[in-house]
Design a binder for this molecule. Structure first.
Ligand code: UFG
Length: 337
């Protein structure tokens, strides 16, 4: 079965593409490389030994996107495409709302036209907002803190409403926690532009000497060591969750929200210590003030994913730290050759 991966050259998309090939699916990547690189696709081909069908198209451009549906019998869609920098979304809300919603409109209108009934969406734990009611269960009330988060929230609602009036349609809204790590080959990984916003890419750049020290955003949270607690999961485990979600969507109709996380919370200092132990590299750090919009603790109740998808994260924090560093060490300039 052909699976359209919208934004399939990105961090999570590229890892999912590999797991889809491993599971016998035929991925078709649609990406305009606004925030990714064609080299990632070459690397996927190197890892899988397969030629990957690629369309260099902006997913928001429905007219161009239609070509993909005309030329391929698409059985399922995984929608990863979207801008994801929280801080930028506050400064440029229109950019985020337009891009992150238009892509969904274009994909859904072609689903309607070409009778595609399986749709997996990259949502985020960000939809739980500032709730401190951990672990986060899918039935908790949702609400967001920034335009990026609201685009996830709104896309979920658009997909739920579409499913209500299309009885053959099935959508799985995957709420990711904090994906880190990289494929064990060290050929693909997270490739942020400029100074990283997220913890693990920042730690990796400190380890490589590119950045001097880590700035820990607050040590006065009500957590065991005072630093923020998150549910870090290995990107390869996350990728496997998508394969399970496609299987589920073929068997079940309607819409469902599913958390993808380990259910374990690690603090910033836990991550630093694990990284140092796993890789034998010291990470100098300083404690700074809290970052606006951060909450103390976020981790998943992953029981729905266990039960409905038969999915469970398998890799440990040590695996995540080793694989993240292996990618950074082998690709100090990311995909820039
Ligand atoms: N942190 C630091 N220093 C840094 C970067 C992060 O101390 O340089 C801390 C943060 O304060 C937080 C933890 O490390 O406590 C994790 O921060 P990340 O930026 O890596 O991840 P977030 O949990 O803030 O955000 C992630 C995704 C978002 C998504 C959110 C949903 O990056 O896209 O999870 O929960 F919206």
């Amino acid at each position: 079965m052909k699976v359209l991966l919208a934004g399939g050259a990105g961090y999570i998309g590229s890892h999912t593409c590999i797991e889809l090939v491993n599971a016998g699916f035929e991925p078709v990547i649609v990406d305009d490389f606004a925030n990714s690189s064609p080299i990632a696709v070459k690397r996927i081909e190197e890892i899988t030994g397969r030629k990957i069908r690629l369309y260099t198209i902006d997913v928001c451009n429905e007219e161009e996107l239609e070509k993909v549906f005309k030329e391929n019998e698409i059985g399922s869609i995984v929608h990863f495409a979207g801008y994801k920098a929280v801080g930028e979304s506050v400064k440029l809300p229109l950019k985020y709302y337009r891009n992150n919603l238009d892509s969904t409109f274009a994909l859904l209108s072609l689903c309607e036209k070409y009778d595609v009934n399986s749709f997996i969406f990259s949502s985020s734990a960000t939809v739980y907002g500032m709730s401190e009611d951990v672990p986060y269960h899918e039935d908790l009330p949702t609400g967001c803190l920034n335009p990026y988060g609201w685009t996830k929230y709104m896309n979920e609602q658009i997909l739920r409403d579409y499913a209500k009036v299309h009885p053959s349609f099935s959508t799985v809204l995957l709420r990711y926690f904090n994906p880190i790590g990289a494929h064990e080959s060290g050929l693909i990984g997270d490739n942020p532009e400029g100074i990283p916003n997220n913890l693990m890419p920042y730690v990796c750049q400190v380890a490589s000497g590119k950045l001097e020290k880590l700035h820990i955003f607050g040590n006065d949270y009500p957590t065991p060591d005072g630093t923020g607690v998150r549910d870090y999961l290995h990107v390869v485990d996350l990728a496997k969750g998508h394969v399970k979600a496609i299987d589920y969507s073929i068997e079940n109709k309607g819409s469902i929200e599913i958390n993808l996380g380990t259910g374990i919370g690690y603090s910033v200092l836990d991550v630093v210590n694990s990284f140092e132990k796993a890789n034998g590299i010291k990470i100098p750090y300083v404690i700074d003030g809290r970052r606006p919009g951060d909450n103390a603790t976020s981790y998943a109740d992953p029981s729905r994913a266990n039960k409905l998808l038969g999915w469970k994260a398998e890799k440990t924090i040590v695996d995540m730290c080793k694989d993240a560093w292996n990618w950074q060490k082998n690709n100090p300039r990311g995909y820039k050759e």
